[in-house]
Design a protein around this ligand. Structure first.
Ligand code: MRU
Length: 349
């Protein structure tokens, strides 16, 4: 069965506790917006599109609880993590429905369906990029766990495999929280896609020695000019890919595109607790007394991006800027533009 990161069940938000994978597959069942906020903050649910959908359901739970206001609930959920734009889109989509007197839960379901459909379209749009370039590097986890279903970076790989591509995926372990080693490898195993986990430090070696034909990653926020934030370490991979003439793709649904940012310079970068760096598998690895810096994301300039894989097709950074200029909406008011995926998710309801 395909991986799903979260779903609605018996009036609760059910999600896989991603902190425990791959050792344990525990399902959490959340009843309140505060529980959802805590799950996002502690990264029991993580990945930009997935936290957007979780937050949308958090808003719906707040509305059902009857003790919060749209503004208070939105403020609480928005304050959980700063970088992924999808979080703000998910919250705003349900807040607007609530304020307008529409059913917040229906708005959350609709938002979820739209994100899932957009990720499916990303898979269809990007799969053929890997037909002649089957040895692929990915960073962090941009699979179903990060997006509800399908994934962003992993969606084209899933479809490419279905279409018969002879894929091999190099999976950066992704220190400090090991989203690659723990989560991407877990998904690829379930999908029976051949892969190898590599130390983050090994990626440059494989990019330089011809082992890797293409790189694909997800994104947490993409500015109008195509600069984008993604998991810390992405920038290095993009620079080394360019140095070696290897195409570098970024896959994302429209909820990741922040039309209010002209470029990446003002994308907020989350800094997490130093213990994530100073400790490993629960044990301290650095000397007591050493400090740490722990930015969770970095921003890669768009000049390193070969193309964006979007629900509406594969777009060069120059084409993306034109596309966003046509469809820009005020911050947080929902997805940018009317996509093929949005039309088809409306039709299927
Ligand atoms: O800190 P995380 O695990 O939430 O970071 C996730 C990433 O950086 C992913 O690459 C990104 O959200 C894209 S997911 C489709």
């Amino acid at each position: 069965m395909r991986v799903r990161a979260l779903w609605w069940e018996d009036d609760r938000l059910a999600l896989i506790d991603q902190r425990l994978l791959p050792q344990r597959e525990r399902i959490l069942r959340l009843r309140t917006a505060s529980e959802v906020a805590r799950a996002i903050r502690t990264m029991q649910v993580r990945g930009a599109p997935a936290i957007g959908v979780a937050a949308a359901y958090g808003m719906a739970l707040a509305a059902r609880g009857g003790r919060s206001t749209p503004e208070r609930a939105a403020q609480r959920l928005r304050s959980t993590r700063p970088t992924a734009y999808d979080l703000f889109v998910g919250v705003e989509t349900v807040r607007a429905a609530w304020v307008a007197g529409n059913d917040p839960l229906a708005a959350a379901h609709e938002y979820r369906a739209r994100v899932v459909e957009e990720c499916r379209q990303i898979g269809l749009a990007g799969a053929d990029l890997f037909r002649t370039r089957p040895n692929v590097l990915t960073h962090c986890n941009a699979g179903a766990l990060a997006t509800v279903e399908w994934g962003t970076a992993l969606a084209p790989l899933r479809v490419a495999k279905e279409r018969g591509a002879d894929l091999f995926v190099y999976v950066d372990e992704t220190r400090p929280l090991l989203q690659g080693a723990r989560l991407t490898a877990w998904e690829l195993r379930r999908e029976r896609i051949p892969h190898a986990v590599i130390a983050d430090n090994a990626a440059g070696h494989f990019l330089r020695t011809g082992a890797i034909d293409a790189v694909i990653v997800g994104a947490d926020r993409i500015a109008r000019n195509g600069d984008f934030a993604n998991k810390i370490g992405t920038y290095e991979k993009a620079v080394v890919a360019r140095e070696n003439g290897i195409p570098f793709y970024v896959a994302a649904p429209w909820s990741t595109f922040d039309g209010s940012k002209a470029d990446g310079s003002s994308i907020p970068v989350e800094e997490r607790h130093g213990d994530e760096v100073l400790r490993m598998a629960g044990r301290r690895t650095a000397p007591v007394g050493s400090a740490a810096r722990n930015p969770a994301f970095d921003v890669t300039p768009s000049r390193y991006v070969t193309a964006f894989v979007t629900p509406d097709g594969v777009l060069k950074p120059s084409g993306l800027a034109r596309r966003l200029a046509r469809t820009r909406r005020p911050e947080g008011t929902g997805h940018l533009g009317t996509t093929k995926a949005a039309k088809s998710s409306r039709r299927s309801r």
